[in-house]
Design a binder for this molecule. Sequence first.
Ligand code: ADP
Length: 475
Amino acid sequence: MRLKLTLLYTGVLCLALAFFALAIIFTAGRILHREVDESISATAASVVRSAVIRQTPFSLQEIVLPDINVFATPDTYLQVVDTRGLAISRSDNLGRQYLPLSEYTLKSAAQNKAFYETVRAGKQNIRVYNVPLVVEGRLMGILQVGRTLATVDLLLDKIRFIVFAGGAATVLIAGLLGWFLARAALHPVEKISRTALSIREGGDLSKRIDYSGPQDELGRMVNTLNNMFGRLEAMYNQLQESYDLQRRFVSDASHELRTPLTTIRGNTEFLLQSPDLDAGTAREAMEDIAGEARRLTRLLDHMLALARADAGFEMEKNAVPVDELWQEISRQARFWAGGRTLELSGRLPAGKQVEASADYLSQLVFILLDNAFKYSSPDTGVELTMRENPQDWLEITVADRGPGIAPGDEELIFNRFYRGEEARAREGSGLGLAIARWIAEQHRGSIRAANRPDGGSIFTVLLPLSKQQLNKETW
Ligand code: ADP
């Protein structure tokens, strides 16, 4: 490209200079020749003006010319010839030479035509002006005024040399400069291809083209490419992240599924291999199997819910009056609590609505209630509240008097399969809170966990009542 660009504009410059040079040489040639023509025609006119016409004895007239040497200059020659072409008079500076005279000159003079011609004499060109000398319509002779073109030709040769040599030097210098300029101009392009190549070979998508020039075509191209690299990197990271998530999910899920299956297999083999078992032990083994099967079902339900979430499943929502939502959730919660103490408090303004899927919201609340009962001791109570907070959000809280969340775990517990240290002793899969967060986010809301100042944990869910957006001040 560099060579192409250099050759292209050197070629264009060459053409332009050649045109310019030809124009200069042509114009200079014309001006100089015209000047010569004017000077010889002026000399001829002076000679003719000074001529006298004399009456001859045979009542004929003849021309008497002045001494033509008076009109000659070192480079101007004069010659008068008669009608046959014989020289009558010549300026002294011609020496033994004669100004050339052609048949054509004689013929043209006979037709009374004055004209210029360029003739070759020896090694030089001579410009000759031929003037017919006519008396009473009779051609008496021809006056020839010649001037050597040696000076003019020399001058034109010099001009030609200067113009062509100067032009060639200009083209050469411009070509060299152009070669370096093209390199400077194409430098960013080289950088672009080098960066692109290193990205291809090294796979490092965080690389960008380093460009600090003006925002011209190249600057804009670099910006576009850097933006494109940025988007590629973001997309690649996103893909990588979701790939990692999937891989972890599959490995965690298979691990979680293996434990209950091992228990079930162990118990069934034990039952099969011991036909004489007493009824009590056999029943215990079967209860174990039933319990593990229930756990498996719950685990699979959770995994299914998250798989749906990953596949971009959008739950169906409609406007649900908040007081109705509260009544339904509190009714189910009372039933859910069984023998445990559950304090319910719902202060909900009539007429307010939330855009929600009532089923999924209930699922969210029961995940939190399930955890609260699971992680606190049976003799403590759990509180469920639903209210409109001062920032006009629907706020659902579930609080218990359990061990609380370990410091630093407040965010981690929402990750899939993450289980707190203390929780490992209890039954669970580590998927409940991940589902709870997905449900909250599907409602354009959020969920967070905290410890209560006087012991226990509190989970707060915020859902927009009208069309509000969640921002930092909401918390
Ligand atoms: P699971 O309860 O099956 O372990 P979750 O996703 O529901 O899974 O919870 C993740 C972790 O969060 C739990 O393992 C536990 O450590 C912590 N956690 C959840 N709820 C509570 C709670 N009410 N009190 C204390 N820790 C809790």
